[in-house]
Design a protein. Sequence first.
Length: 159
Amino acid sequence: MTPSIQLLLIRHGHALPTMRGMSDRERVLSPTGVAEAQRLADRFQAHALSVHCAYVSPAPRAFATWQNVAHVFGINASVRNPLYGASPEEIVSILRETPQQCRGAAVVGHNPGLEWLASWLSGRTVTLATGNAVALIGATSWERLALGGGQWELSASFP
C-alpha cells in the first residue's frame, strides 16, 4: 500500500497596509507578521513535519513568511505566480505537478483560496488567520488530488 501524502497550507504572516502607489501584491510583513512566521517555524520544528517540496506565492509577504520557516525543512521553494489570489482549483493544479517522490508539500499563500482548499479537502470548516497553518494527510498520489469529499485528515493546526 502506498503511504499517504502530507500537505501543509501556510497563510502568510500579518502584512503592513498598502501605501500610496503600492498594490496589495507588494505588501510586506509587519513586525507582527515576522513574529508569526518565526513562531510557525518553532511549531513546525516541534512537530517534526516532513516537507520535501514547497510552492510560494510571489507576494513579498508570502515569500518572507517562507524565508522564516524554510530552515526547518532545509529546502528551497518554487515561486509560483498563480498562487497570488489562487482559487482552490488553481492550487490543486500546481500540486498535481508535484513529483511523486515528494511525500510532503507546503503551499505558502493567501486567503480565501487556502481556507477553501483546506475546508474542501477535509470536509470541515477551516479558518486560517494570518501566520497560521494546517497540515493535512490524505491521498496517495499528487496526480489524484481532487477537491471535495472530505478525503483528507486534518492532522494539525498551527494558530
